[in-house]
Write a new protein. Structure first.
Length: 166
């Protein structure tokens, strides 16, 4: 690889990062609310369109995640990003309250913060932030979901037995 090729690669990465930051700003912080000083993005406004709005927001957010993954992020970081998008999409489907959640949670800004943290850590001699806490939390969350699913299945079984018993 020649120095010129390296320079072009760096320029392309910087340009891609600028575009991702601009898209994240557009989706999460583009509109300043007068008098309050709080910023919201077009993601919350797009989400007001029933059905299609949340799908469009999900697509734009996943574009950021997939573009960020091109920076060779650790799997745990990509999973965190997908969790952020998933939470915002899931709660965003609730009419009006979900849009307020979108405006407050700002998954795209969180995901870009994760990307920037990775790039800073990579620049510092290849150091990576620890992923143990994330994996521990993921295991606990999956365990809780499995327990909840088991409890739900048990309750449904008992209810069906009560209904079908003579």
């Amino acid at each position: 690889m020649t120095p010129l090729t390296t320079l072009k690669t760096v320029d392309l990465e910087e340009e891609r990062l600028k575009r991702l930051n601009a898209l994240g700003h557009f989706l999460d912080n583009a509109i300043r609310i007068p008098g309050v000083g709080y910023r919201v993005g077009y993601d919350a406004l797009i989400g007001l369109v029933p059905g299609v709005g949340d799908l469009i927001g999900f697509g734009l957010s996943m574009y950021i995640v997939l573009s960020a993954a091109r920076y060779r992020l650790p799997v745990s970081t990509v999973l965190r990003m997908m969790l952020n998008v998933g939470l915002e999409t899931l709660f965003g489907t609730v009419p009006l309250l979900g849009d307020l959640f979108d405006a407050a949670y700002k998954s795209n800004a969180r995901n870009l913060d994760l990307l920037r943290a990775h790039l800073v850590a990579r620049a510092q001699l290849g150091a990576r932030p620890s992923d143990r806490g994330f994996y521990a939390g993921l295991i606990v969350a999956v365990g809780c979901l499995l327990a909840l699913a088991g409890l739900l299945l048990f309750s449904l079984t008992r209810a069906l037995q009560a209904l079908l018993a003579p």
